[in-house]
Design a protein around this ligand. Structure first.
Ligand code: 6AU
Length: 268
């Protein structure tokens, strides 16, 4: 794994322009926090994005939970992503035949490919789901779009384990220009395919919370420090930050915990 190297070092020869940009943002802003902004109105979403923008590298959305969604929602996000220099990650979890996935990524009311730099997908349907997303990205001739494969899940009893997780890594290796890395709970370098050693995939760890161990619906948390010790690169945190009484203070605390652990790991 490349996790002993700094993001700046990993950016130098990285083949993906979007991953290079992600690493550069992290270094410039000293943050590896992905805010899971699971708010349900446009005003709340844009307010948290504006307030917490300075502390985060990526803003993650569930755009289909917004009750007053319109073009203003996504235009606002794009504007704030430029103002505060963060990437936008739509947590769509594509999981269908390629033909359907292309329509969901390109069109509908949400037009996800137009505004989201990053989307995620699960490989239950097989490699075709990634091929479909790659085709859409290539058709639009853009260099700032990428996909994360959901290789594990944080919920109790998750079936995304063992050979399923290994297959996720194998499929990522087939599409190295489109797949940036994984959403998972720890580095996946222990797997037989050992993709992280060659390819330098980015590890996004979700289920991160500094104050809680889980919720009533099976979510299971670890802390920023344990996530980083497990080989995470970017920490996805939602309620731990936005549901805090003081979200700005919480964002700064998560930023510092994540960045301190990152610096310890690279020996700075
Ligand atoms: O910090 P939380 O628990 O408030 O939010 C966690 C966020 C939610 C989930 O939909 C998402 O992370 N998530 C994912 C992702 C990012 O794909 C995978 C997973 O296994 N667990 C998980 O919580 O927006």
């Amino acid at each position: 794994s490349k996790s002993h190297l700094s993001f700046a070092e990993r950016a130098v020869n990285h083949p993906s322009p979007l991953t290079r940009r992600l690493f550069e943002i992290a270094e410039q802003k000293s943050t590896n926090i992905v805010l899971s902004a699971d708010l349900t109105s446009t005003a709340e979403l844009l307010k948290i994005a504006d307030d917490l923008g300075p502390y985060i590298a990526v803003l993650k959305t569930h755009i289909d939970i917004i009750d007053d969604f319109s073009r203003k929602t996504t235009d606002g996000l794009v504007e704030l992503s430029k103002k505060h220099n963060f990437l936008i990650f739509e947590d769509r979890k594509f999981i269908d035949i390629g033909n359907t996935v292309q329509k969901q990524y390109r069109g509908g009311a949400l037009r996800i490919h137009e505004w989201a730099h990053i989307v995620n997908a699960a490989v239950l349907p097989g490699p075709g789901v990634i091929q479909a997303l790659e085709e859409t990205i290539k058709t639009h001739n853009v260099t700032d779009r990428g996909v994360l494969i959901l290789a594990e899940m944080t919920s109790k009893g998750s079936l995304a384990v063992g050979s399923y997780t290994e297959a996720s890594v194998a499929i990522a290796k087939q599409y190295p220009s489109t797949v940036m890395g994984f959403v998972c709970t720890k580095a996946l370098s222990g797997l037989s395919s050992d993709a992280t050693d060659e390819e330098d995939f980015v590890v996004f760890t979700t289920g991160v919370n500094m104050a809680s161990k889980g919720d009533a619906l099976g979510q299971q948390y670890q802390t920023p420090t344990t996530a980083m010790a497990g080989g995470s690169d970017f920490l996805i945190a939602g309620r731990g930050i936005y549901a805090n009484n003081d979200p700005v203070k919480a964002a700064e605390a998560y930023r510092k915990a994540g960045w301190d652990a990152y610096q310890d790991r690279i020996g700075k």
